[in-house]
Design a protein around this ligand. Structure first.
Ligand code: NAD
Ligand code: MG
Length: 394
């Protein structure tokens, strides 16, 4: 069997590290062509030592130069590149058949979209790409014959629970609804006032998952679930009213598909991202993920409705989905800015929803037919959200 040749975009992040952990369990099955990271030179050096990629990409020229020197000193023959064009090059290189898209935020869009246009197998963790450019991205996948495998645990669960070869026709497949489960995050039981005043340390302390900072804050605000609703709309060609959200604090049932005959098919497992990653890496075969088996004996699984009053970000995402056009791109960009400012200590947790609502008010309804329109909406929303947060502090 010829090995699968991988580019891992965002290799130094949580998903990237978990991906390399699974890859390392299957010697000979995978070959690493390229690894990319933003700033973490030491971690990238270590990954190069273990996985011997042909190319390593760092965002900044200074980080790339530092990595280059360390690689030479270590006697490792890895070509180092830098900048965003290099991300697209390694995502579309003819040697590569599979691209793990695990950069965080809309920063991952250009390279992930390029991989779709180049017809690669895409393991999609970078949900923001679909939120910003859903229709365009799915059109590119269809036009090139790219293969899209979801990594987000909920969407991977739904993918596993749909009939093999599902092509987005709910009626033909007898699908009634998709149920996205949500842990509820660290603020599930807090009052509205306590949530509005929460600190970054509280927000990133997720009860069930270890994740990057941005998605951890998104999980605390339930914006992560909102982004996932929009992601599900595009991945599975679902209408907004066919996507339901259910809070399930134990994170054992990763999501479900409800069929017209009353059957509900769920995928369950220990909460560990290596399961969906291994599923997508091996697809259609199942391969070892290194994940402890689920122990259900003595466990209680509970479910409750999400509280849209205490978690307005989820409502804002439903609103943006209903509005269509540029609204999801505006929502995503305003959220990225507000979360970054919150993590810097420059904005309160409550300011996240407020600045997104403000950006949607100002900008939704603008042009959205081309990628340039969407990138423009992204840029404007960043400016508007930033100014809103600045004014709130002044
Ligand atoms: P992370 O912050 O741990 O890692 C992000 C990676 O992207 C790092 O390699 C970083 O160097 C790189 N990066 C950051 N900014 C960049 C930029 N401007 N240009 C190029 N590279 C950049 O994030 P993560 O938790 O691994 O999440 C990655 C993506 O996967 C996100 O879209 C997230 O929503 C999604 N996801 C993550 C999880 C999880 O459990 N961590 C689960 C589902 C989906
Ligand atoms: Mg998820």
């Amino acid at each position: 069997m010829r090995p699968r040749v991988l580019t891992i975009l965002g290799a130094t992040g949580t998903i990237g590290v978990n991906t390399l952990d699974v890859v390392a369990r299957h010697a000979g099955r995978f070959e690493v062509f390229a690894l990319t990271g933003a700033t973490q030179v030491e971690r990238m050096l270590e990954q190069c030592r273990v996985h011997r990629p042909r190319v390593a990409v760092m965002n900044e020229p200074a980080a790339a130069a530092a990595l280059h020197d360390r690689l030479v000193a270590a006697g490792l023959d890895v070509e180092v590149r830098s900048g965003t064009a290099a991300l697209t090059e390694v995502a579309t290189a003819p040697e590569v058949d599979t691209v793990m898209a695990a950069i965080v935020g809309a920063a991952g869009l250009p390279a992930t979209l390029a991989a779709a246009q180049a017809g690669k197998r895409i393991l999609l963790a970078n949900k923001e790409t679909l939120v910003v450019s859903g229709q365009l991205f799915m059109d590119a996948v269809a036009a090139s014959g790219a293969e899209l495998l979801p990594i987000d645990s909920e969407h991977n669960a739904i993918f596993q629970s749909l009939p093999r070869g599902f092509r987005g026709d709910f009626q033909q497949a007898g699908v009634n609804a998709l149920w996205l489960t949500a842990s509820g995050g660290p603020f599930r039981t807090l009052s509205e006032e306590a949530i509005a005043a929460a600190t970054p340390a509280q927000a990133v302390a997720h009860p069930n998952w270890v994740m990057g900072k941005k998605i951890s804050v998104d999980s605390a605000s339930l914006m992560n679930k909102g982004l996932e609703v929009i992601e599900a709309r595009w991945l599975f060609n679902a209408h907004a009213e066919q996507i339901k959200v259910l809070v399930h604090p134990q994170s054992i049932v990763h999501s479900m598909v409800e069929y017209v005959d009353g059957s509900v098919i769920a995928q369950m497992g220990t909460p560990d991202m290596r399961t969906p990653i291994a599923y997508a890496l091996g697809f259609p075969e199942r391969i070892d993920a290194g994940v402890p088996m689920l122990e259900l004996m003595g466990r209680q699984l509970t479910f409750e409705a999400p509280d849209l009053q205490r978690f307005p970000c989820l409502q804002l995402a439903f609103d943006a989905l209903a509005a269509g056009g540029n609204a999801a791109a505006v929502l995503n960009a305003a959220n990225e800015v507000a979360v970054a400012r919150f993590l810097d200590g420059a904005a309160s947790f409550g300011a996240i929803a407020a600045s997104i609502a403000h950006a949607l008010d100002k900008l939704a309804g603008g042009p959205a037919s081309t990628l340039d329109d969407l990138l423009d909406a992204d840029r404007q929303a960043r400016r508007v959200a930033d100014a809103f947060i600045g004014a709130a502090r002044a």
